[in-house]
Design a protein around this ligand. Structure first.
Ligand SMILES: C[S@@+](CC[C@H](N)C(=O)[O-])C[C@H]1O[C@@H](n2cnc3c(N)ncnc32)[C@H](O)[C@@H]1O
Length: 324
């Protein structure tokens, strides 16, 4: 599907939920077109029509939900099911799922769960398509590899306990050797798009200048090339899931992580209504932390509309909803 983006959207890693606590956060973007961003109830007006200045999401973002998904998909859809990742940002959601599925299900089984990812700004997929991931440290001048390795270690432990599978070491998937900065142009990376940003608080000082780039192992990249489709054209969720949607007879798996707050109130209503009307029983909806936080201007309304459409929270997996 090809559409023109209706809006440009503002995206950022949201440090807000870092310690599990919603925190109002204000940041000033220090860039060519300096723009003040406000996260809070008024931020939507600020984001609408703003130029995309920086964009960040991360590998295994909200891993406490992600690590459980391959096992859930295997149990619910043993024959396989496409995984539709909307608002897929720089491709990190898709890579995370692909890597985890490979670890939990094995390379062959994982192919039963093709991943189709899209975004309003598909050029952001470029790095992921090249098998390159940017890692940010948890704090300024920290070691992004070590931070991810710690996260991976936790997931490895959980998966071993629950699924009885060893997902192996992080270094089996990603080459621990960072890509030398002088090679960056070779990868046509869009570092220039990442301005520095600093919070007014003192706990979020990590900026993209500390980003390090790593390569997927060639065998992992080869597998993900088969499993993941990065939609080349802009896909607007309202077009895809409301205006062009048809009722589906079979369950679907839909990711809409950390993007509902970018919709206007009428769009949010249209979307929840369409999700209620068009998704077959047994469908899964994967949401993000911002859908639970006060980034969402009317969280209670969002969840009550979802429930009106027959969606219920998964009993065990936070942020996953199941269509009755
Ligand atoms: C904060 S990022 C979240 C990315 C990723 N899902 C995650 O959880 O890290 C929000 C993404 O939503 C995309 N987006 C915003 N409005 C959209 C729309 N109407 N349709 C599709 N994507 C949209 C933005 O381009 C951005 O990549």
């Amino acid at each position: 599907m090809t559409i023109s983006p209706r809006t440009t959207a503002y995206t950022t890693a949201l440090p807000t939920m870092r310690f599990g606590m919603p925190v109002r956060h204000e940041a000033r973007v220090d860039a060519r077109d300096s723009v003040e961003i406000r996260f809070g109830n008024t931020r939507l007006e600020t984001m609408r029509g703003s130029q995309l200045l920086f964009h960040h999401t991360e590998l295994f973002r909200e891993m406490e939900t992600l690590w459980q998904l391959p096992g859930l998909l295997k149990n619910k859809f043993p024959q396989g099911v496409p995984v539709e990742i909307y608002a897929g940002s720089n491709g990190a959601d898709a890579l995370s799922m692909g890597i985890l599925m490979r670890g939990v299900l094995g390379a062959q089984q994982a192919q039963r769960y093709p991943i189709i990812t899209s975004d309003l700004m598909p050029d952001l997929f470029e790095r992921s398509q090249q098998g390159i991931v940017g890692l940010l440290p948890n704090k300024a001048e920290g070691n992004p590899w070590e931070d991810l390795r710690t996260k991976w270690g936790t997931m490895r432990l959980y998966v071993r306990q629950r699924d009885g599978v060893d997902i192996g070491a992080l270094s089996d998937c990603l080459d621990p050797q960072p890509i030398a900065p002088e090679l960056y142009p070779e990868f046509r990376l869009k570092h220039s798009r990442h301005p520095r940003y600093k919070s007014q608080g003192n706990w979020w000082t990590s900026t993209s200048e500390y980003e390090q780039l790593y390569r997927l192992r060639p065998e992992v990249k080869a597998q993900l090339d088969r499993q993941i489709v990065f939609a080349p054209d802009p896909v607007d969720v309202i077009q895809a899931l409301v205006h062009q949607a048809k009722p589906s007879a079979t369950p679907r798996v839909i990711f809409l992580r950390n993007m509902i707050y970018m919709l206007s109130m009428p769009e949010m209503r249209q979307l929840t209504q369409a999700l209620g009307e068009n998704m077959a029983s047994g469908s899964l909806l994967v949401l993000g932390a911002t859908e639970q936080s006060n980034h969402l201007y009317d969280r209670d309304l969002f969840y009550s509309l979802l429930k009106d459409g027959g969606w219920r929270p998964h009993p065990d997996i936070d942020r996953v909803w199941v269509k009755e």
